[in-house]
Design a protein around this ligand. Structure first.
Ligand SMILES: CC(C)(COP(=O)(O)OP(=O)(O)OC[C@H]1O[C@@H](n2cnc3c(N)ncnc32)[C@H](O)[C@@H]1OP(=O)(O)O)[C@@H](O)C(=O)NCCC(=O)NCCS
Length: 153
C-alpha cells in the first residue's frame, strides 16, 4: 500500500469510495436519518471532490491501481476520512492517520483536530486524541452532532 496526494483524475474513484462507505457503513449505524445521509451524499460527487482539492490536501491509499482509502487535511483539520468497507479494521486507517500526523509535524501545524462520526470516536481516542465534547456541524442543509477531538503534536 502507498499513500499519495490525490490527483484531479481520481475524483470519481474517491467519490465512489465515499458514497459506498456512507451508504453501506454510516447509514447503517442508526446515527443519521435519511435526510442527513442525502445531504452527505450531495457533497461527495466527483465535482465536489475536485473542487475540494483546491482548498484541502486530499490523500489516497492505493493498492496497485485501486484506491482503498482517503483522508484530507485543511490546515490542522482532518476531513473526509474513509476506508473501503471490506478493508476496514485491518490497520489501513491507523497508517493513514500516522501519515497525516507526520505531514502535520513536518509542516509545523502544532496539532491536528477533527469532528468525528460517532463510530470513529474510540478509534481516535485510542490513538491519543482528546475528546473535547459534542459539537453541532452543518453539512449542506443538515445539522449533525459530532465529537470534536484534538491531539497536540
Ligand atoms: C474510522 C476508519 C477511517 C478507521 O479506519 P480502519 O482502517 O478501519 O482503522 P484500523 O483498522 O486502523 O483500526 C480500526 C479500529 O477501529 C475499530 N473499527 C471501527 N470501525 C470498524 C469497522 N467498520 N470494522 C472494523 N473495525 C472497526 C476497530 O475495532 C479498530 O479498533 P482498535 O482501535 O482497537 O484497533 C474506518 O473504519 C472508516 O472508514 N469508517 C467509516 C467512516 C468514518 O466514520 N470515518 C471517520 C470520519 S471522522
Amino acid at each position: 500500500m502507498q499513500i499519495i496526494k490525490a490527483k484531479p483524475g481520481q475524483a470519481q474513484e474517491i467519490s465512489d469510495l465515499i458514497k459506498e462507505v456512507v451508504n453501506e457503513v454510516l447509514a447503517r449505524t442508526g446515527d443519521y436519518d435519511d435526510f442527513e445521509i442525502g445531504e452527505w451524499l450531495k457533497r461527495t460527487t466527483a465535482e465536489a471532490i475536485e473542487e475540494k482539492m483546491q482548498s484541502r490536501e486530499i490523500f489516497v491509499a492505493v493498492e496497485g491501481e485501486k484506491i482503498i482509502g482517503t483522508i484530507a487535511l485543511e490546515n490542522q483539520r482532518i476531513l473526509g476520512f474513509y476506508i473501503k468497507k471490506e478493508l476496514q479494521g485491518k490497520g489501513i486507517g491507523t497508517e493513514m492517520l500516522k501519515f497525516v500526523e507526520n505531514y502535520a509535524k513536518e509542516n509545523k501545524f502544532g496539532k491536528l483536530d477533527m469532528t468525528s462520526t460517532p463510530i470513529a470516536v474510540e478509534f481516535y481516542k485510542k490513538r491519543g486524541y482528546e475528546d473535547l465534547g459534542k459539537v453541532r456541524v452543518k453539512l449542506g442543509e443538515a445539522i449533525m452532532t459530532e465529537t470534536k477531538l484534538e491531539k497536540q503534536l
